[in-house]
Write a protein that binds this ligand. Sequence first.
Ligand SMILES: [Fe+2]
Length: 317
Amino acid sequence: MTAHSIARDTVITDWSEDKAARFGRDTVRFRHGLHQRPLFSDEALAAILDRYPRERLGVYTMGHDLVDWTSWRRGDAGAMTGDQLLRAVQTGRIWLNLRETNRYLPEFSALSDEIAREKERHIGTSLFKRDLGLLISSPGAMVFYHLDVPLSSLWHIRGDKKAWFYPRAEPFVSDEIIEKCVTKEAEGQFAYRPEWDAAAEVIDMLPGDMVTWAQNRPHRVQNGPTLNVSLSMEFMTNRAVARANVLYANAQLRKHLGLRPRVQEQIGPRMIAKLALARTVKALRARHKTYRPIMPATFALDPGRPGALTAAPSPLA
Ligand SMILES: [Fe+2]
């Protein structure tokens, strides 16, 4: 790395050649300065919640049992103001996910570009399909054991949290489960056993910490006792898209031919054949698009009682 490139960095403060080489392949921790920006104060967050398209706002609650991931439920924020929503998160057990802020809010679009430019300069490959999500979540709230299809990085801004990263191997996850996430037959959450924690890499996150991990690696997150604010940056590289498409092709081979296909990590005749298969199946599917329902809202937030949940209004009522 040259002195010139260090001088241009504005987001991550501790790049090294080793970290750049391991980016996207390993669990790598970085330090950043985003928590010092005025973008994430209570006032700023309330204003963001007022401006973000309400129909895109992900509102969730969850139980306390780490094994019972089906207690993850979607809710409805109705017409609550940003202030009211923030108070609900401060006092309740709520997880707000503002996906693709880079698409809807100009300051996050600029931030997404800034982060991507810096990463691209250091890792030497372009980042696309970028999704900068803002996560505002309650004290003690959590995200169950799951995996993400794209590459991802978690930027911590306010509060504290702990993240567990598990091996991308059996029994923690099988290729078949990853394939189902890639083909969207599964949501990304799946069975977890508490004894697996002994094999996990555990990362404590304070404001100014960022972590990135290998594609499709299972993980879970637990908030500390205060309000948490983080950013999740999902993105693809050419290598990550190739892996997702190999998994997509493998899902077809497993389902229709009963094979137990391996995942190719290097370009070669098998990978090329699988990329062609994935492209063909996706093109056929695009012609016969099927309706896929999203998780229905089963609770609503009560503007008069911050943090309280009520039954969602029935669409049939
Ligand atoms: Fe995740």
